[in-house]
Design a protein around this ligand. Structure first.
Ligand SMILES: [Zn+2]
Length: 116
């Protein structure tokens, strides 16, 4: 866990650039911009390569460096309210079963999701 200069757990503020204060080996304060901490858990839109629309967003499991699996994305709340079926969050299932609910195009034809 990353602690703030006050020794409290670091909290994300939406849109704000967080600054983490640490000390270097000489005991002098060093400031590090901690924007990465927000981006790691920020949901990104998953774009369908077929119809270019976005019905899903990424989850915390999303990793652009590995092949996609159904646990990396979730149907946006708006479409779940419409009664559309979400993808089962099964990390062992392949990317081949990821299809666009609108046009049926594979969401990760080469194993990688297109995120915006
Ligand atoms: Zn589509």
């Amino acid at each position: 866990m990353i602690l703030s200069s006050a020794g409290k757990p670091f909290k994300n503020k939406s849109g704000a650039t967080n600054t983490i204060r640490i000390k270097n080996i000489a005991g002098e304060p060093v400031e590090i911009e901690g924007g990465w901490a927000i981006q790691a858990n920020q949901a990104k839109d998953v774009k369908c390569p077929g119809c270019k629309q976005s019905f899903h967003e990424t989850t915390d499991e999303y990793n652009p460096d590995t092949v996609a699996n159904p646990s990396m994305l979730t149907l946006k709340a708006k479409y779940m309210e419409w009664g559309w079926e979400n993808v089962p969050a099964d990390a062992t299932a392949g990317f081949g079963c990821l299809e666009c609910p609108e046009c049926g195009h594979p969401l990760a034809p080469n194993g990688k999701l297109e995120v915006i």
